[in-house]
Design a protein around this ligand. Structure first.
Ligand code: ZN
Length: 383
């Protein structure tokens, strides 16, 4: 999930000189990816976190999800470490917990409606802080909150909680600390250890799903939530079925940039047959970036579904960025969506890299797929 906050309004999509320098730095600092044994050791440790960790609140699950997302958006596919500010982690927390701060349930069938408790004692401080900013500023959506002057203060408050709670206790096993994921790196920063960003990128779906499942179980097992939950519930949808952003505003902006031609088949669309598609499927990475949206026929969108797009589309996407990068940033700015092209490129590398590693097929056109190979990574690295 993104750092909705790492919105870099001033970034120029065509600042390839800067990107070139970044890639040079990456090459200079590149180290080998973790070996198979090291990756297994990471998975074994992750299993220990879930099996032996002391979960008095849901924070550690959020922390794992946040670190996995930040690794996708900023990490490398080699053995590098990754320095992160605790404020970056805090912003991920805000995005993750935002929906949780709304009352759950209708209050029907003998249940009460209320905000679910996510701590074994009093309500988790992160949720109280989110409820507080909504009450004080009258904001109801995260997009509104991001634009509110009090958002910075909120990030600072959440960062303090993140530092004092989950970052402090995540790596505790049986009373001792084993720094297998990160270490503190100066005031306000942590550093993911060498190879950890690689593992969190490689095993991102696994980390996310394990964390979500345990998070939901934690809420269900809290006795204070029983009167709200009742018998049946749809907690997973409520907490993690991130409602897709209203795409009307984005569609209007994209139409000015792309006209009425379908991004995939390049044929004309009529107004009744237009979808806004997530180029990297929403099911694969559920954070919105302005560069990830394209206009398509509804039928092309349905056919592509949750698959990555094949080479001609990737090349077209890059060409579009070259021609319309600044317009896309403007659309993102208006809609309150991240315009961080650097982070989005990392998401692209991650998505296609995992597809290559998993021997996946990618979508070419209605009913036609291709095998994905390393040449895709070459196309992306050339940018
Ligand atoms: Zn089409």
């Amino acid at each position: 999930m993104v750092s909705l906050s790492s919105v870099h309004w001033g970034w120029c999509a065509l600042d390839f000189a800067r990107k070139g320098r970044l890639l040079e730095q990456q090459k200079l600092s590149a180290t080998s990816p973790p070996s198979a044994d090291e990756q297994l050791a990471f998975l074994a440790k992750l299993q220990r976190v879930f099996a032996e960790g002391d979960f008095t609140s849901t924070y550690k699950f959020a922390l794992l999800m946040a670190l996995a997302d930040l690794s996708v958006e900023h990490g490398q596919d080699d053995g590098s470490d990754l320095r992160l500010s605790i404020r970056q982690v805090a912003e991920q927390f805000i995005a993750l917990y935002w929906h949780h701060s709304a009352p759950y349930g209708s209050g029907g069938d003998g249940t009460n409606s209320g905000v679910l408790i996510q701590n074994n004692g009093a309500q988790a401080a992160v949720l109280s802080a989110l409820e507080d900013i909504c009450d004080r500023t009258g904001t109801s959506t995260l997009t509104q909150a991001l634009k509110n002057p009090q958002y910075n203060e909120l990030v600072g408050k959440i960062a303090t909680t993140v530092s004092a709670k989950p970052l402090k206790y995540m790596q505790n096993f049986g009373g001792t600390t084993q720094e297998f994921l990160y270490k503190r790196d100066g005031r306000g920063f942590i550093c993911l250890k060498p190879g950890i960003p690689y593992c969190l990128r490689r095993f991102h779906p696994l980390v996310q799903q394990l964390s979500r499942t345990h998070w939901i179980d934690h809420i269900k097992s809290n006795k204070y939530n029983r009167s709200i939950l009742g018998e049946g519930n749809n907690l997973e949808d409520f907490h993690f079925g991130t409602p897709r952003r209203s795409l009307v505003e984005i569609a209007q902006g994209l139409k000015k940039v792309d006209g009425n031609r379908c991004f995939y088949c390049q044929k004309t669309m009529n107004d009744k047959d237009v979808d806004v598609d997530h180029y990297i499927p929403f099911s694969l990475y559920g954070t919105d970036f302005t560069h990830n949206f394209v206009l398509t026929h509804a039928s092309c969108n349905r056919s592509k579904s949750n698959t990555l797009a094949a080479r001609p589309h990737l090349e077209r996407w890059i060409e579009r960025l070259t021609r319309h990068g600044d317009n896309l940033i403007e659309i993102g700015f208006t809609a309150g969506i991240s315009t961080d092209i650097e982070a989005y490129f990392h998401v692209m590398h991650w998505a296609y890299g995992n597809a290559v590693a998993g021997g996946a097929s990618v979508w070419l056109e209605q009913g036609k797929y291709q095998s994905v190979d390393n040449t895709y990574m070459g196309i992306l690295l050339a940018q």
